[in-house]
Design a protein around this ligand. Structure first.
Ligand SMILES: Cc1cc2nc3c(=O)[nH]c(=O)nc-3n(C[C@H](O)[C@H](O)[C@H](O)COP(=O)(O)OP(=O)(O)OC[C@H]3O[C@@H](n4cnc5c(N)ncnc54)[C@H](O)[C@@H]3O)c2cc1C
Length: 566
């Protein structure tokens, strides 16, 4: 159910994908944990990793659309294999993953550009081992695109000059190209343009983080931009920004899964081999619960994200369901990742502080993911837009099979206008929920029924719809319905053990109750709504034999499954 570098052979992937994943695992295992940690502590820029990527043309294969490939028939943007790569990088360290992540973001507007010439240049730079970056955020405005102050001024000869600063821009020290967002100073239209970090008019002011990764503040003062380097303008530039983030934010969940998986192996190994008062730590009942919770949450994160990637891959102008599942991977999966690390930390305890552990990095890095590419709140605000149609107005769709094909996901670069979210319809969640009867799934269905009763009989009023505090609590409940649905779909496709699935729904029931209590306690919740909330609070179905079986067959059995080479 989880990635394990010691046993994963990537057999089901095509030969080049298998080669990339295996080479990457090998790169990190050869580097070893001691060096990995030393580079992290010394905050050393990962030249070795960038060279490895270049020598093996890895970003070039993974991130070049086939029509721009240079002597590489395996080049394509294949969400499934990019998920694998995210997971592998997250497993070894978020710093490494970040260089890849911001390259993906930077490439979004480049591949969405109007001009062909810049795309050819981009492909060449990828082939030559370049990394990329995405210049959206500004110091005073964060990711508030409306307020962007970066200006592009037209010149009489048809070229442009760029002036302004950007803040929090990954790979700003050496990206081959940065996609920079700003406004045309004459028309006030949004625009994306390409910037070279090795140009004499580009100033990398500083790395704003003390870390291996380079997160730049950069300045452009009269930086010359040719007409070919203007990628997209007007409303399409706005769409390119959001559509790029749609692609990029999906990766955050997979990075979280990678981090948690490594941390789980480390914490479990430590606990299972540590003897206290004549017992192993893993014999304590509360430790069994903490580890089982961590494991089941992690498996659920992976089941959900795998299924969400299927919907990303079948997305089209007619099927935009991915626009709900995608922010959920970003928001729900990454916050579940924090929960997993919290549980594991209770078990690994003091060792989690030790400088030689992976865990010490994991506890720091896991916090970043919910905050990047739009905070949890921003993504929740997006998710609640889908609630009415999702729960009350389903549509017919053909069933989506697992999308593991070696194919290019062209639609991601042609997603079109970003509006009209409230009109998107979904397949009926009842299909998944109705297909399985397990004690905790049944209780969960009762909770969903109570949520629907609240929304039908005392829906949010005008003020509550504008009250983010209220919407966040309500959104958590709604998110659980979506989360559960895709977990069930994925579990069926992957033939997940029923006891394990029921144990997953044990925490789902508890989480539903918790969020119902939150909504109950929210200031603007009416007394009628509060009554409905109480009906959502349930105990999970207690079954000691199921719990013990899951603990023994799935969790404890991993105790010596993996340890990074020293
Ligand atoms: C390490 C790191 C690397 C980064 N890399 C890049 C990069 O390569 N390129 C890039 O462009 N950016 C990058 N960023 C910026 C980052 O992605 C965004 O700025 C971030 O997602 C928003 O954080 P903020 O502090 O600007 O939040 P703010 O936008 O200042 O938000 C502050 C608070 O207001 C809330 N809020 C804001 N807007 C809304 C809303 N519409 N609805 C509800 N609540 C709202 C937020 O949830 C938060 O609680 C990076 C940031 C970091 C820390």
């Amino acid at each position: 159910m989880l990635f394990n570098p010691a046993t994963e052979s990537f057999e089901s992937r095509d030969p080049r994908t298998r080669e990339i994943m295996k080479l990457t695992v090998e790169f990190f295992e050869k580097k070893g944990k001691a060096q990995l940690k030393e580079d992290d502590h010394e905050r050393r820029w990962y030249r070795d990793f960038i060279d490895f990527i270049k020598d093996n043309r890895i970003f070039s294969t993974l991130l070049t659309p086939p029509q721009y490939n240079i002597d590489d028939p395996e080049a394509r943007w294949d969400t499934r294999r990019n998920c694998d790569f995210n997971e592998v990088l997250g497993f070894y360290g978020l710093n490494y993953w970040y260089a890849w992540q911001v390259s993906i973001l930077g490439l979004g507007p480049l591949w969405m550009a109007d001009g062909e010439a810049i795309k050819r240049i981009t492909a060449e730079k990828l082939r030559d081992g370049g990394v990329f970056g995405f210049g959206l955020s500004e110091k005073n405005h964060g990711a508030d695109l409306y307020s962007s102050e970066m200006k592009l001024t037209p010149m009489p000869d048809g070229s442009f000059r760029a002036d302004g600063d950007k803040y929090y821009i990954g790979n700003g020290n050496e990206a081959a190209l940065l996609s920079v967002f700003g406004k045309n100073s004459e028309t006030d239209e949004y625009v994306f343009f390409a910037v070279k970090t090795d140009h004499s008019d580009y100033e990398d002011v500083k790395n704003i983080v003390k870390s291996q990764m380079h997160v730049s503040e950069f300045a452009l003062r009269g930086y010359p931009v040719s007409a070919d380097e203007v990628l997209v303008s007007g409303p399409r530039a706005w769409d390119a920004a959001l559509n790029t983030v749609n692609i990029g934010k999906f990766n955050l969940g997979w990075a979280s899964i990678g981090i948690c998986t490594h941390a789980l192996y480390e914490a479990l190994k430590h606990a299972a081999n540590r003897e206290l008062y004549g017992k192993y730590v893993t014999d304590f009942p509360h430790v069994k619960h903490l580890l089982t919770d961590a494991y089941t949450r992690l498996v659920a994160m992976r089941l959900f994200s795998t299924r969400a990637s299927d919907y990303m891959r079948v997305a089209s102008a007619k099927d935009r369901r991915y626009l709900l599942y995608n922010p959920m991977v970003k928001m729900k999966v990454t916050t579940q990742g924090e929960e997993v690390i919290n549980n594991l930390w209770e078990v690994i305890a003091a060792k989690g502080f030790e400088k030689d552990t992976f865990f010490e990095m994991a506890v720091r890095d896991i916090r970043a993911l919910p905050k990047l590419e739009g905070t949890v709140h921003v993504n929740m605000a997006l998710v609640v837009k889908f609630m009415a149609n999702f729960l009350f107005n389903p549509a017919e769709y053909d069933e989506v099979s697992p999308q593991t094909q070696a194919a290019h996901d062209a639609f991601l670069f042609d997603q079109g206008p970003t509006r009209g979210l409230g009109a998107i319809q979904f397949h009926d969640p009842e299909i998944a929920y109705g297909s399985i009867q397990l004690p905790n799934v049944e209780i969960f269905k009762t909770q969903i029924k109570a949520l629907k009763a609240l929304l039908s009989s005392s829906p949010p009023d005008k003020n509550q719809k504008r009250d983010m505090d209220f919407l966040l609590s309500l959104g958590e409940l709604f998110s659980l319905v979506v989360y559960g649905q895709l977990i069930l779909e994925s579990a069926k496709l992957q033939d997940v053990d029923n006891q394990l699935l029921d144990q997953i729904f044990d925490f789902m029931v508890r989480d539903f109750s918790l969020h119902a209590l939150n909504l109950y306690s929210t200031t603007s919740t009416t007394s009628e709504q509060a009554d409905h909330c109480l009906k959502m609070i349930h105990r999970p179905a207690i079954d000691e034999s199921r719990f013990t079986s899951v603990w023994e067959r799935f969790v404890l059995v991993q105790k010596d499954a993996y340890e990074m080479s020293p």
